[in-house]
Design a protein around this ligand. Structure first.
Ligand code: ADP
Ligand code: ADP
Length: 227
């Protein structure tokens, strides 16, 4: 767990004269769940990808805990990201998918087995550990993607519209599931969505972006209370 801090963060893509995001100041407390919302093109993915290290930072500073991470590779940032398309390895089983990131980091077999078992319990994937992703439903695949993030015990979770490929009914149940996990793990999270209900349900605080800038920031009921 760690706080996450964005100070005067900006991004101008190569070949573009306008910044995609500019002057972003957001302080996220330890264990806080922040949801980023705003119209398409407002800079949500850009911001998330800069925190993840998938996109370079053009201006300002990003800190995870006390560490300035602007120049660090994604793997060195102690964060785990859950993607919209799940990004599972098709040739690996559920267990192997969940273990992969830890194995790469040289975690011992015993610790990996323990963490995978615990994540599988939390996500009700125990019966599916030896299956390949293609033999799972969409919701189960998304739970594997979450399991893979959880076993890492990262300082922060990043979510990029993780539920938008699921049907409406699944979205509701997965939303509740993520909320339970959030309360149980109390890991700092930055979550991007364009779904207002998802944002309302999950956020401790909402950040509304517009045109690459922070338009509003506050508790969901403050933000969505119409003036
Ligand atoms: P959102 O996630 O809110 O839809 P994005 O972060 O994807 O917004 O996009 C913010 C702005 O940056 C948009 O104007 C988009 O066209 C632009 N943009 C995003 N990615 C790139 C890129 N790789 N190269 C150039 N412009 C980009
Ligand atoms: P999303 O909003 O879910 O990120 P997009 O379709 O906006 O999906 O973007 C898909 C990919 O294309 C992203 O990697 C993004 O950075 C890139 N992209 C978005 N807008 C532009 C742009 N104007 N020029 C170049 N790449 C872009």
């Amino acid at each position: 767990m760690a706080h996450l801090s964005l100070r005067a963060v900006g991004k101008t893509y190569g070949g573009s004269s306008q910044p995609a995001v500019a002057g972003i100041d957001i302080e996220i407390a330890d264990g806080e769940f922040i949801v980023l919302v705003g119209p398409s093109g407002c800079g949500k993915s850009t911001l998330l990808r800069m925190v993840a290290g998938l996109e370079t930072v053009s201006a300002g500073e990003i800190r995870i805990g006390e560490r300035m991470v602007n120049k660090l590779d994604p793997a060195e940032r102690d964060i785990a990201m859950v993607f919209q398309n799940y990004a599972l390895y098709p040739h690996m089983t559920v267990r192997q998918n969940m273990a992969y990131g830890l194995k790469n980091r040289g975690t011992s077999k015993a610790v990996i087995a323990e963490r995978v078992a615990e994540a599988a319990r939390m996500l009700e994937l125990g019966a599916y550990l030896d299956r390949k992703p293609r033999a799972l439903s969409g919701g189960q695949r998304q739970r594997v993607a979450m399991g893979r993030a959880i076993v890492r015990q990262p300082a922060a979770f990043l979510f990029d519209e993780p539920l938008s490929n699921l049907d409406a009914k699944l979205r509701v149940s997965m939303r509740m599931e993520i909320r339970k996990l959030q309360q149980r793990l109390a890991t700092t999270a930055l979550y991007v969505t364009h779904d207002q209900l998802e944002a309302m349900t999950l956020a401790d605080r909402l950040v509304v972006l517009n045109g690459g800038r922070v338009e509003q920031i506050g508790a969901p009921l403050e933000v969505y209370r119409k003036p």
